[in-house]
Design a protein around this ligand. Structure first.
Ligand code: SAH
Length: 395
């Protein structure tokens, strides 16, 4: 273990680490013994020299992301253990053996004790996204560990980290396959077929995190006129169609997203005239939709990526939701979401409540939604809760 540099914390700054919080902020560090480059493995010690944890160093306010609170050597066996634990959870919640779903999140960063790493599993292909240089530097070892844990189920590993790594890092990541190559792009989620483009698409290619909420939407769709705003690959649209919707309109400002949605409609419901997709900006589309829809889904991209734009983001949610409240048909149902990590559940509720008050309509909460079980929240890292949703009945 001695080959790793030592990060010694200021007196009293060990408290959060002793409570298993996986981040060490730069301000908590007293000194570094040895030289440290971004992404290096470092060992964290308290001011009295007690061992606290092992993590990856980074430039920025989060100076170390801890992946072990035990004094272990982070070798291949160590990472196999980590992936095995992540896989076991997905197995326990019934995601690994289902015949109608072969897409799930295998690793959810801090939620799986692997800060800085996201892995989504797409019908045999694991798409890896490193958010820290430390994880990216060991990607080959991570790939080996995944092969051991997943065995025959794994046919390819694609590294898609070029857009998620910190731009300050002096590395030049190029996306590509770490193992295998493209075999199929088609995945199944609850029996719906999707073409996923992990090479060019947003995030790892598909928003795996809405699976449980799409299922719920399906229960509410029978006979309804549905507007799926910010549709991307059309996930909510198919759930609505499966649930017996009368009409489904999918809207996204990205032409590519609309093409994908149309392709996916053809895969699942060829020639079905109930669906139409529009490449239009959200506020433009919502200018005049008075009494056209009984069910509206608002799943916008993260409005706030940083704390300093929080207020602006909350105004954005308020404006967007008020458009929907003012125009949804009487007795309508709104599924509204926020995926910004810096927007808390309370922040989001308050923004939606303000929007409701503007409409002066009688509105009740039916469900409070979250991220699905394959996006677990580490109990010691509440910041990992990022997806928030409300289902509202608008009289
Ligand atoms: N609901 C989707 C995920 C939405 S991601 C799913 O279940 O898979 C957010 C989407 O919003 C992206 O596809 C992006 O292209 C789109 N978007 C971003 N800004 C927009 C805007 N101003 N108007 C309409 N769509 C927008």
């Amino acid at each position: 273990m001695s080959k790793f540099s030592k990060v010694v914390l200021k007196k009293g700054k060990e408290e959060s680490v002793l409570r298993f919080h996986p981040w060490v902020f730069s301000g908590a560090i007293d000194r570094i013994e040895g030289s440290v480059e971004e992404g290096d493995v470092v060992i964290i010690h308290a001011s009295d020299d007690r061992f606290l944890g092992i993590g990856h160093s980074a430039i920025g306010s989060i100076a170390v992301r801890i992946f072990s609170f035990e004094n272990r050597t982070p070798d291949l066996d160590f990472w196999i253990g980590k992936f095995q634990s992540a896989y076991n959870l997905r197995h326990k919640i019934g995601l690994t053996l289902r015949s109608n779903t072969n897409v799930f999140r295998l690793v959810h960063g801090e939620g799986d004790g692997m800060p800085g790493l996201i892995v989504d599993f797409y019908n045999g292909t694991a798409v890896l996204q490193a958010h820290s240089v430390g994880m990216w530097l060991i990607r080959e070892m991570l790939a080996e560990a995944m092969k051991v844990v997943l065995g025959d189920r794994l046919v390819a590993i694609y590294d898609k980290s070029s857009k998620t790594l910190p731009f300050k890092a002096s590395i030049e990541p190029v996306d590509g396959y770490l193992f295998g190559g493209q075999i199929t792009r088609e995945v199944l989620e609850d029996g719906n077929r999707f073409l996923v483009d992990w090479e060019e698409g947003q995030k790892t290619g598909f928003f795996v995190d809405q699976r449980e909420n799409r299922r719920l939407l399906s229960d509410y769709s029978f006979g309804k006129n549905v507007l799926n705003m910010f549709c991307y690959t059309g996930g909510f649209s198919f759930s609505a169609m499966r649930g017996g919707a009368n009409l489904v309109h999918s809207v996204d400002s990205s032409v590519k997203a609309i093409e994908l949605t149309n392709q996916n409609v053809e895969l699942n419901f060829p020639g079905d005239k109930r669906h139409e997709a529009f490449a239009v900006e959200a506020f433009d589309f919502m200018k005049d939709i008075k009494d056209k829809y009984d069910l509206i889904i608002l799943d916008p991209p993260a409005f706030a990526k940083h704390k300093n734009v929080l207020n602006q983001a909350l105004q954005g949610y308020k404006k967007l939701n008020s458009r929907a409240f003012q125009q949804i048909r009487p007795g309508g149902i709104l599924f509204t979401f926020s995926c910004s990590q810096v927007v808390t559940r309370t922040n989001f509720r308050e923004a939606v409540f303000s929007a409701a008050a503007i409409s002066k309509r009688n509105i009740r909460i039916l469900h409070q939604l979250s991220q699905p079980a394959d996006h677990p929240i580490n109990i010691y890292h509440p910041e990992g809760e990022y997806l928030k949703g409300l289902v509202l009945y608008v009289e």
